[in-house]
Design a protein around this ligand. Structure first.
Ligand SMILES: Cc1cc2nc3c(=O)[nH]c(=O)nc-3n(C[C@H](O)[C@H](O)[C@H](O)COP(=O)(O)OP(=O)(O)OC[C@H]3O[C@@H](n4cnc5c(N)ncnc54)[C@H](O)[C@@H]3O)c2cc1C
Length: 517
């Protein structure tokens, strides 16, 4: 955990807020017009500073997709804008992500002859989210995703060159960046933002939000010169937000204490795919200023990660490209066990239920065709992906009972031939071929903590709601720090759409706020 003291204080207050009494008490105070953050026995009362060190119209916290989208739009709407980032480098999870951006009706879909629509994407999101998604927000995302891709291409200059499939979607709709990484988009957004005159400051950590006597968010307390993970580093300073603060601080997959409170299974025994700074202190700081949270205990595990490499690694890009082209096998039984194209939660739960790593495999047709060459090469180099000349050698390596395994592969191949999986209803793509041609490639899979669906409550204008059930004046949020859009399961490739669509909305609206004085 990054901030022992701060987090403990925050969690105490969260415990209070989670109780009905806490919510009622805070709502009552807010209704009475009392400054929520200052009055509510906030664990960390933050007084208005005597002097602000800097003043901007819009202060953005976090330099990932959502933060940069917000900054660009706020700047274009005429605001002076700063982006602060606690880490030494910009980009957060966005810069290490796989670059898959889901949207319906894009140029790549049209070129591939894929029929899609915003309605279908919305339906897929709601189904995967177990209908716990805020329907209005999910609808906005689905309706605006295509335009968001076009903005990234035409205005920001990012290149999307390949169409991918992710489990739980009805069709291929992930528009992949040219380098299969979010860095293609983040770096171009950063250059665009700087070119427009947005200031970007790394090693600047938001410690607290500052509210005035009316409960309006008016600025933030920061530590400048912060050297992650040294919580004692840096110098305290105050940045005034003349119009609004936009919180885009990402998720909390790496905050073991916070995620365990929300989902007690997720101890340190589960690794994470996220960058080390993906912790929840900024989200908690917003809660301490009166912001409300939702669905914090829906935390997503990636079913495609490997125990044989650190972090996200290269196996996810191997695994996800192979679903619908190659089988997933439980090495203990030699059999398939689940629909390979199922959504993340279904698959991760199925693997956890089995209790040991499973494998995904493909052959010399499917692997070079589907897997990004760099991912394959790097996976082979670090040993997480293995290459075999025969099915026997593959079975021997993973201790798979050979006879059952061979029969299962023959059965899988028969399903691929007729394009219909009688056992698990896996989608089999039109260009899939039976897994018969050596060499064979395989990787072990075991889930890691990947995405936090819950976070701050926002409305369609990206305004953050307080415990008064009304917008908390002066605070906007977008991206993974928000909750409710994805419900129980965030489908692959939909986070990019979420961040860009709502980041842009947040930036535009933050710039339109009436300045306080
Ligand atoms: C390895 C990986 C691969 C992924 N691949 C895909 C994909 O292909 N497609 C897809 O749609 N989604 C993908 N995702 C999910 C997606 O990338 C994230 O949900 C998304 O990038 C979040 O963007 P964001 O702008 O909300 O936050 P981030 O990009 O995480 O940015 C938040 C920033 O805020 C900073 N910050 C946090 N707290 C503070 C503070 N107190 N003060 C100052 N700064 C702070 C963080 O350091 C971070 O840089 C992937 C995620 C991971 C981890």
């Amino acid at each position: 955990m990054s901030d022992d003291v701060g987090q403990k204080k925050g969690l105490t207050r969260r415990g209070f807020l989670k109780s009905a009494g806490g919510v009622a008490a805070v709502a009552g105070m807010a209704a009475g017009g009392v400054a929520v953050g200052a009055r509510e026995g906030a664990a960390v009362p933050v007084a208005m500073p005597k002097k602000w060190d800097q003043t901007y119209d819009v202060v953005v916290i976090g330099s990932g997709f959502a933060g940069l989208a917000a900054a660009i739009e706020a700047k274009n709407a005429g605001a002076s804008v700063v982006v602060i980032e606690k880490m030494p480098v910009h980009g957060g999870n966005s810069i290490i992500n796989g670059g898959d951006f889901c949207a319906p009706g894009t140029r790549l879909q049209k070129a591939a002859g894929v029929e899609d629509s915003a309605d279908l994407m919305y339906k897929d999101m709601m189904k995967a989210g177990l209908y716990l998604n805020n329907p209005e927000l999910a609808r906005i995302l689905a309706d605006n995703a295509r335009e968001a891709v076009e903005w990234c291409e035409d205005y920001v200059g990012a290149k999307f060159t390949r169409l991918n499939f992710h489990g739980g979607h009805s069709v291929k709709r992930a528009n992949q960046t040219v380098n299969a990484s979010g860095s293609e988009l983040v770096n171009k957004m950063l250059a665009k933002a700087k070119g427009l005159g947005v200031e970007v400051r790394t090693r600047t950590k938001m410690e607290h939000m500052i509210t005035n006597k009316d409960g309006r968010v008016v600025g933030i307390e920061v530590k400048t010169g912060f050297r992650y993970p040294d919580e004692k580093s840096g110098k305290t300073g105050y940045i005034k937000a003349g119009k609004a603060v936009v919180l885009t601080s990402g998720g909390f997959s790496n905050d073991i204490a916070l995620r365990r409170i929300q989902d007690p299974r997720l101890t340190e025994k589960f690794g994470s795919t996220n960058q080390p700074g993906a912790t929840g202190e900024a989200l908690l700081a917003a809660c301490m200023a009166g912001a409300m949270d939702v669905q914090m205990d829906w935390i997503q595990l990636g079913p495609w990660t490997s125990p044989d490499e650190k972090g996200f690694g290269h196996v996810p890009l191997f695994c996800e490209r192979l679903v619908g082209y190659g089988p997933m096998i439980d090495p203990a039984t030699g059999k398939r066990f689940f629909k390979e194209t199922g959504n993340r939660k279904e698959r991760a739960d199925a693997i956890i239920l089995i209790g040991h790593p499973v494998i995904i495999m493909g052959d010399s047709y499917s692997v070079p065709k589907q897997v990004f060459p760099n991912a394959l090469e790097k996976g082979l180099q670090n040993g997480a992906v293995k290459k075999f000349d025969t099915l026997e050698a593959l079975a021997k390596n993973y201790n798979i009972p050979l006879e059952t395994f061979q029969k299962e592969i023959a059965r899988w191949n028969s399903f691929v031939e007729k394009k219909k999986d009688d056992d698990f209803s896996c989608m089999i793509f039109p260009d899939a071929k039976p897994t018969v041609a050596p060499p064979f490639y395989a990787a072990r899979l075991w889930p890691k903590v990947h995405h936090t669906m819950g976070g701050l409550v926002i409305d369609k204008n990206a305004r953050v709601f307080g415990f008064s059930l009304k917008p908390l004046k002066g605070l906007y949020a977008a991206g993974e720090v928000t909750g409710g859009i994805h419900g129980a399961v965030r489908l692959g490739g939909v986070a990019m759409a979420d961040c860009i669509v709502f980041g842009r909305i947040a930036g535009k609206n933050a710039a339109k706020e009436t300045a306080w004085s």
